[in-house]
Design a protein around this ligand. Structure first.
Ligand code: UD1
Ligand code: MG
Length: 459
């Protein structure tokens, strides 16, 4: 049985913000969401978040989340031990197989495999996630005896001169047998330099009971970094992006510059994917084998088929792209768009809520919205689907093999039949017959020997 308690009642004064600290973002997601997600991968029987400052805002942010999150209120912040004690009545499991894990809401990037190692080590009763730092200032120090066994944790403000030299520090994360934790929490006191109930005092209590404390170290330095200020937030963001870049490189993706690569969500890549500099991936993005993404593209919630090339400065969101297509440079693909295999969408083309069939092309300067476009259709430069009458939206249908001349307006709802041709400059207000030429254009006239006006002389 596993309880996970996330401490998130602190103020976060140094963020200089009206938003509670744990709702500030790392990689596009609130810090607390990272932790909740990681915690959920451990399948805890109970997951609780202790809130205090900004409690209502935090609760509000997770209304309707699934599985539901339980929040426990700590009205006064009297220390980490006091915070965990607020959950005492709700901790599950009295037997030796129930454990409780404590995490910090402002240390968002601890990884599941580290927590699993911590959980395994805790079978002996209590395991601490510790780290050795060249500058341990501010942290609780791990005190060990001559045999190297942990005897206690001493906070910076309570430490002796000798203890201040200890470089092994407490990250704050721990796993402990639940029934002991409950007992120890009730006997904590606040007679220390800060007048707080320290969770860390349970370590000496465990030792007194003959429990041998286990310690586990994280794999990545970013896993235990906390965020107390905007500077620390920005630094952790960069470290995390570097880690994500490293994972992509390890998986065989070519990143032209791993320092100019950002993922705010998940990015899954097939074989031989190449990503140029300055790209941003948001939500869930999947790039199939052989996809190339040019510089400075933004891709959000998109599926890109194999062999597709997306060129510089393209912006794609909530869309599905087939195989061997060509997009951009400067293309904008908006929600609800499906691009068929081998289709082309060129520069300054905006496509929204449209199905573009296989081998169809819209290469230059067009707006195509709410349209169903068949196969092998050519959309000329400057084509506009007039899909909106100011109140309602209507669809445009263009059947297979149609050819839309340049500078054409398709006033929806309207259908262009299969194989139809629209002459350049047409404003189509009624359906165009299949396999015919339709054009709406003032007939061209010529005035022979016509003289241009000449400039009047000043009098
Ligand atoms: C704590 C540890 C210290 C460790 C350090 C790592 C104790 C006594 N000390 O110190 O050994 O090296 O973290 O960063 O545990 N919180 C509450 N309610 C409270 C107090 C804190 O929810 O009443 C939350 C905070 O929001 C924060 C976390 O607990 O997320 C840690 O609190 P903080 O005040 O930063 O603890 P430290 O003094 O840094
Ligand atoms: Mg702290």
């Amino acid at each position: 049985m596993l309880n996970i308690v996330i401490l998130a009642a602190g103020l976060g004064k140094r963020m200089q913000s009206s938003l509670p600290k744990v709702l500030h973002l790392i990689a596009g997601q609130p810090m607390l969401s990272h932790l909740l997600h990681t915690a959920q991968t451990l399948s805890p029987d109970r997951l609780m978040v202790v809130v205090g400052h900004g409690a209502d805002t935090i609760r509000q942010a997770y209304v309707g989340s699934s599985p539901p999150i339980s929040f426990v209120l700590q009205t006064e912040q009297l220390g980490t031990g006091h915070a965990v004690r607020q959950t005492n009545d709700q901790l599950l499991g009295e037997d030796a197989n129930s454990f409780t894990m404590v995490l910090y809401g402002d240390v968002p990037l601890v990884q599941a495999d580290t927590l699993i190692r911590l959980q395994d080590a805790a079978r002996q009763g209590l395991a601490l996630l510790t780290e050795t730092l060249s500058d341990p200032t501010g942290y609780g120090r791990i005190v060990r005896d001559a045999q190297g066994r942990v005897t206690s944790i001493v906070e910076q403000k309570d430490a002796t001169e000798a203890q201040l030299h200890i470089k092994e520090v407490n990250t704050g994360m721990l796993v402990v047998r639940t029934h002991n934790l409950k007992k120890w929490l009730l006997s904590l006191n606040n007679s220390n330099a800060q007048g707080e109930y320290y969770l860390t005092d349970i370590v000496a209590m465990a030792v007194a009971q003959g429990i041998e404390i286990q310690t586990v170290q994280p794999q990545g330095a970013y896993e235990t970094l906390g965020v107390n200020s905007r500077t620390q937030q920005a630094a952790l963001e960069r470290l995390w992006q570097a880690e994500q870049a490293r994972r992509q490189l390890d998986a065989g993706v070519t990143l032209l510059d791993p320092n100019r690569f950002d993922v705010r969500g998940t990015l899954e890549c097939g074989l031989d994917v190449t990503i140029d500099v300055g790209c941003l991936f948001e939500g869930n993005v999947q790039l199939a084998d052989g996809v190339t993404v040019g510089p400075h593209c933004v891709l959000k919630n998109v599926l890109i088929g194999p062999g597709t090339h997306i060129e510089a400065y393209s912006h794609l969101s909530d869309a599905q792209v087939g195989a061997d297509t060509r997009i951009g440079p400067y293309a904008r693909i908006r929600p609800g768009t499906v691009l068929g295999d081998r289709s082309h969408v060129g520069n300054f083309v905006e496509i929204k809520n449209t199905h573009l069939g296989q081998d169809s092309k819209a290469n230059h300067l067009s707006y195509v919205g709410d349209a169903d476009i068949g196969q092998r259709v050519n959309i000329g430069a400057g084509t506009i689907t007039c899909n909106y009458d100011g109140v309602n939206k209507y669809r445009t249908t263009i059947e297979d093999d149609a050819f839309i001349g340049s500078d054409t307006q398709l006033v929806a709802p309207v259908t262009v039949g299969a194989g139809a041709t629209l002459g350049a400059g047409t404003t189509l207000t009624t359906d165009a017959a299949p396999n015919s030429l339709t054009l709406s254009r003032v007939k061209q006239v010529t005035l022979a020997n016509w003289q241009r006006p000449v400039k009047k002389k000043a009098v």
